[in-house]
Design a binder for this molecule. Structure first.
Ligand SMILES: Nc1ncnc2c1ncn2[C@@H]1O[C@H](COP(=O)(O)OP(=O)(O)O)[C@@H](O)[C@H]1O
Ligand SMILES: [Mg+2]
Length: 500
């Protein structure tokens, strides 16, 4: 059945909108989605019917609902305020910056993404950095971010119109547009003194903060739009989007951490991103990360959540080479291990196997003894070493010894019906459950997540997002389920090389 998007003029009153809807209904149309961001609604007419909505003086446009049409900037959801006249000069300036940012998106998004290597992140040296090295890190960060943000905005614009009009998805869209507009004024000028560098770091900190809740907001948006977009399309979008987001955040967080651990502003305690005052850290990278310590601290955290949820505290043991260390981003390892332990602990408790500890085995790959293997000095070559799957960051050295972590539980395994779906941003199971439970369960999990609380399970994002983090540096995750017995999860992490 033909479906149209009816947009009303920006000054249309609520009564005029209601009148246009009534007119559509009187002519046989059924009102579908109603938009909050733009004044408008979707209307579906029976095949072959004729309507006269175009002649309504308050209607700006009646367009065929081309759900699969590429999203054009003409359709870009505007912040609600953009339909009002600017209230003051500052507001006007922000408004102008935003439109400028909107115009620049297609051009920026055409530029290829710099395939980032970890070498890029450590090339400015080991902190504390000199003022000159810090300025060069800032300039490098600025050269990457606008293009990365524009690519994300373009991808959001390419979603079906009805999806990006959802208030949650358009909130994310507006966040990206806002971040791009705060960075664009920096382009075309050189960050050449420490004052500029401080202001630029403040912009980065705001950017990282703005995008903190992206995942639960997108999850809610896609849940609300599940009638208009297939689970496969959602997974395809989220996989690309969340992988790209890992890199963008890493670039910004790395500069922020370097800023606070560098001579001119040395104050690691003040950093909004982790940057311990420890010699093994280069920005957010720990060059001597001990996976066993991460497992223990995340295990304690997940056991607390279990205790709150189920009143029991599963146990875990670590065996293998518990003392091994390697160079990695602790935040990433913590995310992955927490998600994998949540799954293992939850299955163990629900399968009434609390007496069986979860066993975490840590195995270090033997170091490659060939000459020049895995020893990288800080005077790194500038060319990008082997690109990993498009946006991935390449490890410092392809021969760097890796670490494999096996998490073994006696939680009964994964049922054959669930197994094929575990890597999807779980919409099939989620939306079915949602229908049965009236939506409350799924939404309460999401609002918990956006309040910074942690649920033992729910979004269905744990495994796919953990895999995205693991693959970012060329690692991976494999799942072996013995249905009726338990699950083994293999987390393989590629060492990023020894940084001297
Ligand atoms: N160790 C495990 N034991 C049993 N089932 C598991 C295990 N790990 C994952 N699963 C299954 O895979 C599904 C997807 O896991 P995940 O992506 O972490 O999402 P969530 O935990 O939010 O449901 C889980 O709901 C569960 O059914
Ligand atoms: Mg999970």
């Amino acid at each position: 059945m033909p479906s149209y998007i009816v947009t009303l003029k920006e000054d249309a009153t609520d009564e005029q909108i209601a009148a246009a809807k009534k007119q559509a209904q009187e002519q046989g149309g059924k009102i579908g989605h109603e938009y909050g961001i733009i004044k408008g609604f979707q209307v579906i007419f029976p095949e072959g019917s004729v309507h006269s909505l175009d002649s309504n003086e308050h209607v700006k446009a009646v367009e065929a609902d081309g759900e699969q049409q590429p999203y054009s900037s003409r359709h870009a959801p505007k912040e609600p305020s953009t339909s009002h006249p600017p209230r003051d000069a500052e507001h006007g300036r922000r408004h102008a910056r935003r439109s400028e940012a909107e115009d620049q998106v297609p051009m920026l998004a055409k530029q290829p993404l710099h395939s980032l290597s970890l070498a890029d992140l450590v090339k400015h040296g080991r902190p504390p950095l000199s003022a000159e090295a810090l300025l060069s890190s800032a300039r490098f960060t600025l050269s990457l971010l606008p293009i990365r943000l524009a690519h994300r905005i373009q991808a959001l614009r390419n979603l079906p119109y009805i999806v990006v009009s959802n208030k949650n998805i358009s909130k994310i869209y507006n966040n990206y547009q806002h971040s791009l507009s705060t960075l664009l004024p920096w382009q075309g000028r050189t960050i050449s003194n420490l004052e500029d560098e401080i202001r630029f770091t403040e912009v980065l900190a705001e950017l990282v903060q703005t995008h903190t809740d992206t995942i639960p907001i997108l999850a809610r948006g896609f849940l609300e739009c599940r009638k208009y977009i297939s689970a496969t399309e959602v997974t395809r979008f989220l996989d690309e989007h969340l992988r790209a987001r890992i890199g963008t955040r890493l670039v910004a967080e790395q500069h922020i951490a370097l800023h606070f651990s560098s001579q001119p502003h040395f104050d690691p305690g003040a950093s909004p991103t982790p940057c311990p005052e420890h010699p093994s850290y280069i920005g957010v990278i720990d060059t001597a990360l001990r996976p066993a310590s991460v497992v223990d601290s995340c295990g304690g955290f997940v056991a607390d959540i279990c205790e709150l949820n189920y009143g029991v505290r599963p146990e875990w043991v670590i065996d293998g080479e518990a003392d091994t260390t390697f160079a990695f981003v602790p935040m990433h390892l913590e995310y992955i291990v927490t998600e994998l332990l949540k799954n293992a602990f939850r299955a163990t408790v629900e399968n009434h196997m609390n007496r069986e500890p979860i066993v975490i085995t840590i195995a270090a790959e033997p170091p490659d003894m060939r000459p020049h293997a895995s020893h990288i000095g800080l005077s790194l070559p500038t060319e990008t070493r082997g690109a990993f799957g498009g946006d991935a960051i390449a490890p410092l050295d392809d021969n760097a010894p890796g670490v494999t972590i096996r998490i073994r539980d006696r939680g009964g395994g994964i049922s054959p019906e669930v197994l094929p779906h575990i890597w999807g941003y779980s919409f099939t199971t989620f939306s079915e459950a949602d229908e049965v439970l009236g939506g409350d369960d799924a939404l309460s999990v999401i609002s918990n997540a956006s309040n910074g609380n942690s649920s033992i399970a729910g979004l269905g994002y744990g495994l796919p997002l953990s895999r995205a983090y693991a693959e970012y540096f060329g690692g991976g995750i494999g799942v072996q389920s013995l249905h009726g017995w338990g699950t083994d999860v293999y987390l393989k992490l590629k060492g990023v090389g020894k940084i001297e």
